[in-house]
Design a protein around this ligand. Sequence first.
Ligand code: SF4
Length: 318
Amino acid sequence: MSEEKEIELFTPGCLGTCWYGKYHYFEPWAGCGHDCPYCYARFRAPVKVSLSRLGTPFEEPRTLYPEEELLRRTAERAASGEISILKLCRYTDIFTPSFVGSGLSLKLLDALTGPASRISRVIITTKGLPDKDIIDLIRSRPAKFSYNAAVRPGTAVSFDRALLPAGERLAAAAAIQAGGVLTTVHMDPFVPGFDDESAALKPFLEGLKKLGLNRVMFSYLLLSGEMAAPLEKELPPAVFAALKDNYDLAESRQYLPRQADTVYWAIRPEVKRASVEKTAAMLNDMGFDFVLCSLKNTPGLDTTKFKGTKLCDGKFYA
Ligand code: SF4
């Protein structure tokens, strides 16, 4: 059973997620216009219930409340003093295109970090593209934000069709970093056996260096039976077969306690080890400051013994 029945506007971080609940999550709407074929959010129970109540498909996000009420509720909780660190978002993307376009994303960020807010820090992780007004707002309050651009190397596993170009998203991250904001490139989802290939990873990392982006985190693609179906439709058959082969379909793991809808296949331990060590070696050689996401580990694999990498303790990007 999931802990929440429906998506809630603000939720405390739950046991098992990174940094063990010392933050809250913010979810202003259900659904996400990026519609990534690997997105696990669409299969989470609270998302399904909220989408059904709001009468919208996942790829057409709808706000949990009418806009005025959403902004009022957001500003009230931000001013309450109950929230210290806020992560955006678990089940959607704050820069889903329709709400960047309508100006709602900007208004929400303003409400969360404006003078009346008592939130100390807002952590954005996004596959989206903020517009100029949003970038200016973030740059004007650098201590209030941590910015994480989720961008991965281009490989045969090409499933980012609905996202805006990686170059534009990285340029936005560089502009935000230039404003003094703690900025990290999150290689997510990192696809074992593909994204770690030197031919893809090296030019990608060289591109980050050129933009002055020196902080990297990587976390591996989660996969389950129900997630495999949209991926199979999206990818060429040989690529899908090779990708699936890197996972042990007989070995599943529940990632979050008391949330039975978070069961995913494990990456084969030997594949994971080779991938982590190859990636870490390149990041070290190129002088990056980096961590591996510690949440998405493989059962039976002692991740304390990976060579050359450190696991995220939840504070790297906070
Ligand atoms: S951007 Fe994130 S929340 Fe949105 S569809 Fe992609 S993975 Fe899901």
